[in-house]
Design a protein around this ligand. Structure first.
Ligand SMILES: NC(=O)c1ccc[n+]([C@@H]2O[C@H](COP(=O)([O-])OP(=O)(O)OC[C@H]3O[C@@H](n4cnc5c(N)ncnc54)[C@H](OP(=O)(O)O)[C@@H]3O)[C@@H](O)[C@H]2O)c1
Length: 284
């Protein structure tokens, strides 16, 4: 499996990264979270996803601590701007604060977290400014459905969007109908959030499925590793599972070496079907 996605400008983006939502918020978990992130980096999950929203900066601060002794070139840092900050008035300040908390002088990818009231043309113009000034290498969006992407492409420089970060997992395949093909045909990457279905209850429902159990035990992997390898079986998709225990981090890194056969994917599709019609975009 390819370890990177080559973005339109030639920059390589790792296909497997680490999510950090809710990290940095509980002082009792801090040490474990920092060591999990460091272990993940050691195991090759060098893309780290965060947002100014996560703990109002606490996730970015935690990452800053975790990466302080890691060579910057070996990392791919992604952060997101709140929609209400994604315009002329606040975007420079938001970006500067994210950089300060992360202890770095540039982001590899800066995403608009979801659509808000600031016109897309304004957000794009200022993303381009941030790029020109060297504060970010690239920019993208998050939680954009196909019609949002079409609108984005109609504004000046909209085609410079490199990534759309959306919810995608075995139990939530709506994007396969038109968004994923749209992203591919426009040379843009899709970053899958909640690849483990986010909450324990939904994850257990998937893990308890007879076919999931059969395939994972035959391959000697956990149902969660199967979920991750399912997401990664799509070319042009990168995944950002969040794991705060070393055990989970190891399992996730190992999932990169698992490849599901087309037959197994077909069997999974009997229970978790690919959509036959347009579905509204799942979001969290
Ligand atoms: N753009 C957006 O609007 C948006 C929305 C949601 C999420 N995100 C991003 O996407 C990331 C991932 O999504 P998420 O955190 O919501 O959900 P997720 O990654 O689907 O699930 C996280 C949960 O899965 C567990 N887990 C991880 N690896 C596991 C394994 N190998 N075996 C069993 N359980 C495992 C984690 O447990 P432990 O923590 O105990 O290891 C945690 O409870 C976020 O952290 C965030 O960076 C973006």
């Amino acid at each position: 499996m390819e370890e990177f996605i080559r973005l339109n400008d030639g920059i390589l983006m790792p296909r497997l990264g680490q999510g950090t939502w809710y990290m940095g918020e509980d002082p009792k978990k801090r040490e474990d979270e920092i060591s999990s992130l460091r272990l993940g980096i050691e195991l090759g999950m060098t893309l780290i996803d965060t947002a100014e929203m996560y703990g109002e900066g606490l996730s970015e601060e935690l990452i800053g601590e975790a990466i302080k002794d890691t060579a910057r070139e070996g990392l791919f840092l992604v952060s997101k701007v709140y929609p209400h900050n994604a315009g002329r008035k606040n975007i420079f300040n938001s970006c500067r604060k994210s950089l300060e908390r992360l202890g770095t002088d540039y982001l590899d990818m800066y995403l608009l977290h979801w659509r808000g009231r600031v016109p897309l043309s304004e957000t794009v113009a200022y993303m381009e400014e941030l790029k020109k000034e060297g504060f970010i290498r690239n920019w993208g969006v998050s939680n954009f459905d196909t019609d949002d992407m079409e609108e984005l492409l109609s504004v000046p420089y909209g085609e410079n969007c490199r990534v759309n970060q959306v919810l995608y997992n075995l139990g939530s395949r709506g994007i396969e109908y038109d968004l994923l093909p749209f992203m591919k045909s426009n040379g843009m990457a899709t970053m899958a959030y909640c690849p483990m279905a986010h909450d324990r209850h939904t994850r257990k429902k998937i893990a308890d499925n007879a076919e999931v159990k059969e395939i994972s035990s035959r391959l000697g992997i956990t149902p969660e590793q199967l979920m991750l390898s399912f997401v990664l079986s799509n070319e042009g998709v990168c995944a950002i599972p969040k794991a705060s225990s070393p055990q989970h981090v190891r399992e996730n890194a190992a999932a990169f070496n698992i490849s599901l056969s087309p037959e197994d994917i077909k069997k999974l599709s009997l229970y978790f079907p690919s959509p036959k019609r347009k579905m509204s975009l799942d979001m969290l």
